[in-house]
Design a protein around this ligand. Structure first.
Ligand code: ATP
Length: 236
């Protein structure tokens, strides 16, 4: 059974249609990667699912619930949470305060202390720095914090928008290891990445977005072996 299902979704900005009819599925407990180059529409798609951009037409279903007409806070209540591109942290606030901000929904607020412990278990570095201002963290630590904040909401599906953006390769490796650990807890993950090779290596299934459409889809392994994809996206 799928956790998230999009059917013929269209959305954009004013008269400009960016997402031109996207259908995709993320099964329970799967890690699905959505890859594509700069400007393909990945962020616009995520923001549409999150209710930050209103869908022009089509369907967004999370389990049995339709999301396409819901405001952002109700999408969160339904269980869809994301670590946004650019992280969008409160840089003047402490690490722990940023984490707490993620827990203001009815799924999460009663279990705040327990979830915080779990997040600190996952990210020991965040525990060490919990009283420090978020703005004083390194880029990699800030990305971990953005992921931790989304997890504080106890999502049924976690969406990550370009978590590797701007990070050094060694830090990207560490981040992908943590994402792998999170997926091993059974959480459903939708991973948006320009880092095509790494995103597909860890994916159960992948979609390649070009000009607001799904151009190719398949298992992570099949897509990695696709010669056109290798040429276009992986420099092979
Ligand atoms: P990136 O990884 O660079 O964010 P992306 O695949 O996520 O790329 P989007 O950010 O979704 O792509 O952008 C898709 C298209 O939508 C681009 O042509 C972009 O110029 C356009 N776009 C994005 N934001 C806006 C906006 N606020 N108003 C108008 N057009 C926008």
């Amino acid at each position: 059974m799928s956790n998230l299902r999009l059917h013929d979704l269209k959305s954009g900005y004013g008269d400009i249609t960016v997402i031109q009819g996207v259908s995709l599925e993320v099964g329970h407990g799967q890690l699905v990667s959505l890859v594509g180059s700069n400007g393909a529409g990945k962020t616009t798609l995520l923001r549409t699912i999150a209710g930050l951009i209103r869908a022009a037409s089509g369907e967004i279903q999370l389990d049995e619930k339709h999301l396409e007409k819901l405001p952002p806070h109700e999408v969160v209540e339904a269980g869809f949470m994301m670590a946004p591109e650019g992280k969008q942290l409160f840089l003047q606030m402490t690490v722990e305060e940023n984490l707490i901000v993620g827990s203001f929904n009815t799924r999460a607020s009663g279990r705040r202390e327990k979830t915080l412990k779990e997040i600190y278990g996952l990210f020991p570095r965040l525990r060490e720095r919990r009283r420090q201002q978020a703005g004083s963290l390194s880029g990699g630590e800030q990305q971990m914090l953005a992921v931790g904040r989304a997890l504080m909401g106890r999502p049924s599906i976690l969406a990550l928008d370009e978590p590797s953006l701007g990070l050094a390769p060694i830090i990207v490796e560490q981040l992908f290891e943590v994402i792998d650990t999170i997926r091993q807890t059974g959480l459903t993950i939708l991973l948006i990445e320009q880092n095509v090779q790494q995103a597909l290596e860890m994916a159960d299934y992948g979609y390649v977005v070009e000009n607001g459409r799904i151009a190719i889809q398949g298992s992570g392994q099949d897509l990695l072996a696709d010669q056109n994809l290798q040429k276009t996206y992986m420099g092979i």
